[in-house]
Design a protein around this ligand. Structure first.
Ligand SMILES: NC(=O)c1ccc[n+]([C@@H]2O[C@H](COP(=O)([O-])OP(=O)(O)OC[C@H]3O[C@@H](n4cnc5c(N)ncnc54)[C@H](O)[C@@H]3O)[C@@H](O)[C@H]2O)c1
Length: 273
């Protein structure tokens, strides 16, 4: 059901790789809620071509940008403003990548060049997106910027390796740039800390299915789906959350506040018998 929450709003949505991507679901919902927007992804990710289908169904233009390149981001904002016919009201940062995870390096044996790459792609890119937006005065007053995080920013999940550090930095950038942009232009910046979700980035993490099942059994509501995450993102883009900024908001079915669940205790008891 649509509520017209984003009627008349213009946005930029990054990170839609295929139909499993969280950003893909956000784009479909943003369209349903009346927004117009551009889609963006790293030029290399476009080769798969799936984003063209999304662009067609959302009547959205695609503007390639490597989120680590300030030059690409300048082009992204300028072209988006031109295409959409005015300044931007919302931006989705849905970007993450770790070469160390891809190559199976554990936390004690990280390749440092790749570590820097993970931080640049997955965290500093949010700073760059905000910096370029501010420099070009590309976002309207009371605009909203949302990034996606994971609870490994607060707790240790060994398999998440350098992405855990990247998420901690991402959340810190949301807080610090949120203060700056809030003071300057009333622009809001938040991160959503999402449950494990079966996407290309998610499933690439070692032992994904085990911690997906663990989180599902820990959470009273079960794991939050990508669709539900998209709905939450839409509320943050809408005027219903005008005073929410500099927050890391858990969207995890209650996982982050649970110590242990009966289901998990039973599983352990069965093993002990
Ligand atoms: N899937 C999960 O379990 C989960 C849980 C919590 C948070 N998140 C976060 O959600 C966000 C979206 O990931 P997803 O799960 O939808 O997976 P996904 O693989 O569909 O999306 C990740 C996107 O990042 C893009 N990207 C990588 N390098 C880039 C670059 N240099 N410039 C621009 N874009 C680049 C990829 O092309 C891809 O579209 C990520 O920040 C991820 O860490 C995912």
């Amino acid at each position: 059901m649509a509520y017209g929450l984003l009627k008349g709003k213009r946005g930029i949505i990054s990170g839609a790789l295929d139909e499993n991507s969280i950003a893909w679901k956000v784009a479909l919902k943003a369209k349903e809620e009346g927004a117009t927007f551009t889609l963006t992804n790293a030029p290399i990710a476009m080769r798969m071509g799936a984003i063209n289908q999304l662009a067609e169904s959302c009547e959205a233009e695609i503007i390639p940008a490597d989120a680590t390149s300030v030059e690409d981001l300048e082009n992204l904002y300028s072209k988006s403003i031109e295409t959409l016919g005015g300044k931007i009201d919302f931006v989705l940062h849905s970007i993450g990548m770790s070469p160390n995870i891809r190559k199976g390096r554990d936390y004690g044996h990280l390749n440092y060049d790749w570590y820097v790459k993970s931080l640049d792609v997955s965290a500093l890119s949010l700073h760059k997106m905000l910096h370029v937006a501010e420099k070009l005065d590309a976002i309207n007053e009371w605009g909203s910027v949302v990034g996606l995080s994971y609870i490994a920013a607060q707790r240790s999940y060994p398999f998440y390796t350098d992405m855990a550090d990247a998420k901690a930095v991402l959340e810190s950038i949301a807080r610090n740039y949120g203060f700056r942009y809030g003071k300057a232009k009333n622009v809001r910046v938040n991160t959503i800390s999402q449950s494990p979700t079966r996407t290309t980035a998610g499933s690439g993490i070692g032992g994904f299915e085990s911690f997906y099942a663990f989180a599902d059994k820990m959470s009273p509501l079960g794991n939050a789906s990508a669709e539900d995450c998209a709905s939450y993102v839409i509320t943050l883009f809408s005027d219903l959350t005008r005073m929410v900024t500099m927050q890391n908001l858990f969207h995890d079915g209650g996982y982050s506040s649970t110590g242990i669940s009966e289901e998990l205790m039973q599983m352990i008891q069965q093993q002990q018998q």
